[in-house]
Design a binder for this molecule. Structure first.
Ligand code: FPP
Length: 260
């Protein structure tokens, strides 16, 4: 059972799915004269607080960009540290995830992860699979172009085998071959540490997400900063390429006819 959910009054729509590009761990540490790994260690505290707060506030899905395909290019020591942090986090946080009713799901080219980290992730996924609260998705060894390439390869294989008709392929078909097709797209994507980029993160799924970039580095992104982002989201007008009723001019077709 998930704990009682207390949705805050944001004064507008609530973001059901939040995705976060957790950036700035290295800068946070360097600014304090410490090695980069201290930033990652402190970043884990933000992961814990943001996950717990989102679960309590009734966010349905939270996706965290924890390790990109490109991050494998970092110095071996940093990669090893991050993989260890992940393993330790998975084992230590199980109790809290269970208490908060959180389900864990990982997306990415997970076969590239070290066996011990992958085992810890799989065990936690299995343990939390029946929880009925928030879905926590960790994007690991994740790249959006890789996700799309993987999807297209599988579709091509099925087309060759005769189980997929190329003429029937539409947007929903492609979506069905992505890593986690059943989770609705993010409403809000937050990026910490100020960079105005999406860095190969959920390129398909972010098509209509609201972007929010904050100068706070990830280790400083906690409950107040999260609420600030959610309130900003609530104040946005989402039109999904259309118009809101109040923006449609009265008798608009007549005025077009008059001028033609
Ligand atoms: C970006 O900061 C952060 C990462 C590449 C890793 C994120 C990892 C964590 C928050 C900790 C482990 C996660 C879990 C889920 C246990 P950066 O190093 O790119 O910062 P910089 O841009 O300032 O160098």
């Amino acid at each position: 059972m998930s704990p009682t959910v207390q949705r805050p009054d944001l004064g507008g729509p609530f973001p059901e799915h939040i995705a976060i590009i957790m950036d700035g761990n290295g800068r946070w540490a360097t600014e304090r004269g410490m090695p980069r790994i201290f930033g990652h260690r402190e970043g884990v505290r933000s992961v814990r607080e943001v996950t717990t707060e989102c679960a309590r506030m009734g966010v349905k899905s939270l996706t965290l960009y924890a390790f990109s395909e490109e991050n494998w290019k970092r110095p071996g020591q940093e990669v090893t540290y991050l993989m260890r942090l992940l393993r330790v986090f998975m084992r230590r946080e199980r109790k809290t995830l269970m208490k908060n009713g959180v389900r864990l799901r990982c997306i990415g080219r997970l076969d590239r992860l070290p066996a011990a980290s992958l085992d810890a992730l799989r065990e936690t996924e299995a343990l939390t699979a029946d929880n009925d609260g928030m879905l926590l998705r960790l994007a690991l060894s994740y790249g959006s172009r890789a996700e799309m390439a993987d999807a297209v390869r599988r579709m091509a294989e099925e087309a060759r085998a005769g189980t997929l008709d190329p003429a029937s392929i539409d947007e929903e078909t492609l979506r069905a071959y992505l890593y986690d097709p059943t989770t609705p797209d993010p409403d809000l994507v937050i990026r910490t540490a100020g960079e105005m980029r999406v860095s190969n993160f959920l390129l398909w799924q972010l098509s209509y997400a609201e972007l929010y970039v904050t100068p706070f580095c990830w280790p400083d992104f906690r409950r107040d900063q999260l609420l600030g982002a959610m309130k900003e989201f609530a104040s946005r007008r989402r039109k999904f390429g259309g118009l809101e009723q109040e923006d449609i001019p009265a008798a608009s077709t007549e005025s077009v006819e008059e001028t033609t």
